[in-house]
Design a binder for this molecule. Structure first.
Ligand SMILES: Nc1ncnc2c1ncn2[C@@H]1O[C@H](COP(=O)(O)OP(=O)(O)OP(=O)(O)O)[C@@H](O)[C@H]1O
Ligand SMILES: [Mg+2]
Length: 755
């Protein structure tokens, strides 16, 4: 098992108990070391499988880890706690729902559900959603939770924040009443449970002697505290990570946790891995050179024995359509050369880019899978079906109630629902519990809905999960409804796919045929002073378990089925994965680096880490592609080449199209636009750019691409795109300090400084 490892890897795997940090760059075998260490701990009998808790970044990674361990040795991995932070916290809360103050069948709100719940809350309390936009409220609440703060802990230094805190309080009451838990709440609840309940804490601290964490650089403060608490004084924490791949700061991840961990725990036990086993030399050196532009790195140097391999191919196309078409043609020849489609990935910085690429793939009949983005469990019909399933397990789930009370339409209008909400508010009950208080025809319609839910609950009691799901999609009226819809065929297919998903889930989770609970005889062997009473986690009903799975795992479904499909995903979603061939698309200023990020140096450094992640996904072949004009958010833009292109030394690049212009270097105020005239943009099918132009006359000023301008507030900048004319004329300007902005030329006061 450990023969195949190099020396530092083997050292890490076989470290004696104690905290340790493996700090190493991409593709150096961190994940492999972590998995092997688990297997090694078990095989050398230093730990039982049940004494290990491992945190992975995605559910897919958790499954792969389990598969790898079972491949190494024949053990029952079922009782092992391997999963994401959210998944593990969910498991903990299910096991101790009472102590955590939750109903047994509590439901998980995903981000979209949470947003809907907040909107509903604002409405119900007559809160002005212009002054308190739901997005901002959501962010406020989530940030507070991620810092471990309840409403009482948040500092109210002005009246706005005071009001936000009141909304947070109302939101908590609503969630509690409805028996629902949002993502950050999973973590915070689990943290509070462990910190307040000593017997439970002691139990788990005694059980988990080994805690292993992958992608440690992306933990947030609350996760860090959760780990520290769970570890107590006795457990060994083995963390692996790469500061250069920290890409979730915008969600509260704190790369400083690595340094803290080293200081607080790992003292001395820091292992660095420097040999990369994934990529050929040109790819690796390009990544190293790029990331060296960042400051404050913990520093490491990656090398490979694999030889230089091929240069990175760079291609510039006139439009985003042409870019997509070129990629599709190239994929055809890769496949013709014998590469498998699932070993080819197309990465993009923004989800919005995928549509054009998907279209090109679809038109060429190349099978592809979108990983992440377009999520199966987020499709409308699936969410409707899940809402019914949630209601039969918990009729007080108001979010689900509101979603389907009139879907399929059954004559229950907005007014009725509002009056129901009023009642619920007045008596502080759930919507279901208030039905009896609504008078007249409206009331009887609502009552009928309630009856149909309880009939479904009755009829499905004791049914195996797939049959239960099938019954509900049929009897909810969803299938019949979509049959009437011209475009409903797809939706019906998806609903049927939900039954398949339930079947697969039941098999994987061993719910098939076995009454829940019997499949987990190992629990009793988890001998502990607290005995079985403390670990009934596995006694959750298959339905509740499936619903959690649906909420936690949106997206994974597609990737699994995508064995023979080209893989499409955002760079964020690609973390930890590897492919033979990778296309990094949209290598343009404003896109990658993203325009929102270039305002601050820290934002730009995060973009650079993201680019580092993207490059290091490739084993053999890497492509950079870009377009001279791109339709984004309904606007045609004429972006400059990404500065990241100029941060990769020329010797690693092979331009497949002429390299005429100089890429934006992010420093000088000199316009770097030395390219050919943009006046003619050939090859753009179907969507014509909205009056693309290289020059615009507004008043007496003549604006041109490449010109230097200055603006009262944003300072000095360079025009990088123009569109429209007259009053509609707009310029996209790359400001030296203020990032990229699109300004209406008739309104913005701009002075031409040169060019
Ligand atoms: N000692 C080794 N011998 C051969 N192959 C190895 C060795 N160590 C790792 N690999 C292979 O190198 C690749 C990268 O390993 P792994 O995914 O564990 O790296 P990582 O450090 O976790 O990367 P990332 O930072 O991208 O998550 C994998 O295909 C892995 O199987
Ligand atoms: Mg990894």
């Amino acid at each position: 098992m450990i023969d195949k490892l190099n020396d530092p890897q083997r050292e890490a795997v076989t470290l004696p108990p104690g905290h340790a940090l493996v700090l190493a760059g991409a593709g150096s075998g961190k994940t492999r070391v972590l998995t092997t260490r688990m297997a090694w701990l078990i095989q050398t009998r230093q730990s039982s499988p049940l004494g290990i808790l491992a945190v992975t970044f995605t559910n897919k990674a958790a499954r792969e880890m389990l598969a790898r361990i079972s491949a190494i040795m024949p053990i029952d991995t079922r009782g092992m706690w391997i999963g994401t932070f959210h998944g593990l916290c969910n498991r903990l809360l299910r096991a101790h729902f009472r102590d955590a103050g939750l109903p047994q069948a509590f439901q998980i709100l995903d981000t979209a559900d949470q947003f809907a719940a907040i909107k509903r809350l604002l409405k119900a309390n007559n809160i002005d959603d212009e002054k308190y936009p739901p997005r901002d409220v959501q962010r406020f609440i989530n940030c507070a939770k991620e810092e471990g703060q309840r409403p009482g802990d948040v500092e109210a230094y002005d009246s706005f924040r005071r009001r936000m805190i009141e909304i947070y309080t109302l939101y908590e009451a609503q969630c509690q009443r409805e028996g629902v838990v949002d993502f950050p709440e999973l973590l915070l609840r689990a943290f509070e449970l462990l910190s307040r309940n000593e017997p439970i804490r002691n139990h788990y601290q005694r059980r988990f002697r080994h805690i292993l964490v992958d992608e440690f650089q992306d933990t947030n403060n609350l996760q860090y505290r959760w780990l520290t608490l769970l570890a107590g004084d006795g457990a060994s924490v083995f963390a692996v990570g790469d500061d250069d791949q920290s890409i979730y700061a915008f969600r509260g991840a704190n790369v400083g946790n690595m340094a803290d961990f080293e200081r607080d725990f790992a003292r001395g036990a820091v292992i660095r891995l420097e040999q990369n086993y994934r990529s050929y030399g040109h790819i690796l050196d390009a990544a190293n050179a790029l990331i060296s532009h960042n400051t404050g790195r913990l520093g490491k140097n990656l090398w490979t024995e694999q030889g230089a391999g091929e240069q990175i191919r760079v291609v510039e196309q006139p439009t985003d359509f042409a870019e997509a078409q070129w990629i599709v043609d190239e994929i055809r020849s890769l496949v013709a050369e014998g590469r498998s489609r699932h070993e080819i990935a197309i990465l993009y910085r923004s989800n919005a880019q995928s549509r054009v690429i998907e279209h090109a793939l679809f038109s060429s009949a190349i099978p592809y899978k979108v990983y992440g983005g377009l999520r199966f469990f987020e499709r409308q019909e699936i969410k409707h079906a899940l809402a019914y399933l949630r209601l039969i397990s918990n009729p007080d789930d108001d979010t689900s109630w509101v979603r389907v009370v009139n879907f399929p339409p059954r004559g229950i209008g907005a007014r009725t629902i509002e009056s129901l909400m009023d009642q619920a508010r007045t008596y502080d009950t759930s919507l279901a519990a208030s039905v009896a208080r609504v008078p007249g025809k409206a009331g009887s319609n609502l009552a009928q809905f309630l009856v149909s839910i309880s009939q479904m609950a009755e009829a499905t009691r004791g049914l195996p999960l797939p049959e239960l799901v099938e019954h509900v999609i049929e009897h909810s009226g969803l299938i019949a409804h979509y049959k009437l819809d011209k475009e409903g065929a797809d939706r019906i297919e998806n609903l049927n796919e939900l039954v398949t998903a339930a079947t697969v889930f039941a098999i994987e989770e061993h719910f098939d045929g076995l009454p829940a609970g019997e499949s987990v005889q190992w629990v009793s062997s988890a001998t502990d002073s607290m005995g079985d009473s403390l670990t009934p986690a596995e006694n959750i009903s298959p339905l509740a378990s499936f619903l959690s799975h649906a909420a936690l795992e949106a997206g994974d479904n597609q990737a699994q089925a995508g064995q023979q499909a080209v893989q499409l995903m955002t760079v964020h979603a690609a973390k930890g994965l590897e492919f033979d061939a990778v296309f990094i698309t949209g290598m343009e200023e404003g896109l990658f680096p993203h325009e929102n990020s270039v305002l601050e140096p820290s934002g730009l450094e995060e973009e650079r880490r993201l680019m580092y992640v993207a490059i290091t996904r490739a084993r053999e072949r890497l492509y950079f592609s870009l377009a001279q004009s791109r339709m984004l958010h309904g606007q045609t833009r004429y972006p400059m080449r990404s500065r990241f292109l100029s941060e990769v030394p020329d010797q690693h690049l092979k331009w497949l199209t002429p390299k005429q212009q100089v890429a934006f270097d992010g420093h000088g105020s000199e316009p770097r636009w030395a390219g050919a005239s943009r006046a003619s943009i050939p090859n753009r099918p179907s969507v014509a750019p909205r009056s693309p132009t290289t020059g615009v006359l507004v008043g007496s000023q003549h604006f041109r691409i490449g010109q230097g301008v200055s603006h009262g507030r944003f300072g000095e900048g360079t025009i990088i795109g123009l569109s429209g004319s007259g009053l509609e004329a707009q310029a996209q300007i790359q400001f030296r300090d203020a990032g990229t902005k699109t300004l209406a030329l008739g309104i913005a006061k701009l002075d031409i400084t040169h060019g």
